[in-house]
Design a protein around this ligand. Structure first.
Ligand code: PEP
Ligand code: MN
Length: 336
């Protein structure tokens, strides 16, 4: 952190600000120019609120030279993190191929989809039991019964399960039954929920908020890691832009940017990004080519009658074709 003082500051004023810096446990390093003086703050600034310096009339502005996220930061952990989801490795060249319906509707529905996606090469089964719906009149999910269905299908098919946790009230049951706990876009900044995730020994799939910057997204991952759970996978699912033709806009740049800034794996959800099934194929392939560590794709055996997100769901035969192509692309970009 660098504090730029107002032009023509006198020695008393410089000393005063330097004392404020010392009071925060930092060492001031003073550099005097012809008109302007700057004070470099040496030490761990992560706990210091820079706004407190900016309110001071002697200070012109404060410049940050360090990111506010630490545990998430690649600078502190140069190697790719590999997250283990009940034996399925994700990151560092290991791919997550997560697929399944938006919502769990029945045992037969999930079983049929699970068998198809497993045969296609998927290594995790997704299904929403608690659904964050825009309208309170829309299908809200089967709740705990939906989790029981996922578990029963897991018994039969053997794929680890991924499902969205919306409330801390369900922390224990998710910890018991769900292999990869999803935190949805709408809860990305539900800080109380994020802080509770240190209490679970399951890895977390953290989706990007609808209008979250990279830094806000990583700060949410930082909450989870700081609470004691270091197994976090980031999931880009499209962001809000001025475009209304598509449901959201898939931010492909997030893949190289997040890989540069962080060591956490980055998975892409092209289904919620475009909101249209025919956009999934091209965006999924582009994501893998751009270096994503996997995909989360909505697949439904009867999209026309799906209770949620049928328009963006692939039929199983389309998913089989997609995964074949994707696995070829993954090889070209040196992934398994
Ligand atoms: C989902 O994956 O089912 C979902 C609701 O996604 P998002 O939180 O990205 O909208
Ligand atoms: Mn959905």
């Amino acid at each position: 952190m660098i504090i730029v003082l107002k032009q023509h500051s006198g020695q008393n004023e410089i000393d005063h600000v330097a004392d404020l810096v010392k009071a925060k446990g930092l060492e001031p390093h003073i550099v005097k120019g012809a008109k302007q003086t700057i004070i470099g703050c040496i030490g761990d600034t992560s706990h210091v609120d820079s706004k407190l310096f900016e309110v001071n009339a002697l200070v012109d502005r404060v410049i940050h030279v360090q990111e506010p996220y630490k545990l998430v930061n690649r600078a502190f952990h140069p190697d790719d993190t590999i997250v283990d989801v009940s034996g399925v490795k994700v990151g560092g060249g290991n791919m997550a191929y997560i697929a399944g319906p938006c919502s769990v509707e029945s045992f037969e529905q999930v079983l049929s989809i699970a068998k198809d996606i497993k045969a296609a090469g998927a290594n995790m089964l997704r299904g929403g039991a608690f659904k964050p719906r825009t309208s309170p009149y829309s299908f809200q999910g089967l709740g705990v019964d939906g989790l029981e269905i996922l578990c029963a299908v897991k018994e039969e098919v053997g794929l680890p399960i991924v499902s969205e946790l919306m409330s801390p009230d369900h922390l224990d049951i998710f910890n018991e039954k769900v292999d990869l706990i999803q935190i949805g876009a709408r809860n990305m900044q539900n800080f109380d929920l994020l802080k509770q995730l240190g209490q679970v020994n399951r890895p977390i799939l953290l989706k990007r908020g609808l209008n979250a910057t990279y830094e806000e997204w990583m700060m949410s991952a930082e909450y989870i890691m700081a609470s004691g759970n270091e197994n976090v996978i980031l999931c880009e699912r499209g962001i809000r832009t001025f475009e209304t033709y598509t449901r959201n806009t898939l931010d492909l740049q997030s893949i190289p940017v997040l890989h540069k800034l962080s060591h956490l794996p980055v998975v892409i959800d092209p289904s919620h990004a475009g909101g249209k099934w025919w956009l999934v194929d091209s965006m999924a392939k582009a994501s893998i080519a751009a270096g994503a560590d996997g995909l989360m794709v909505e697949v439904h055996n009867d999209p026309e009658n799906a209770l949620c997100d049928g328009a963006q769901s692939l039929k199983p035969d389309k998913y089989i074709h997609l995964l074949k192509d994707v696995q070829e692309i993954a090889k070209i970009v040196h992934r398994q």
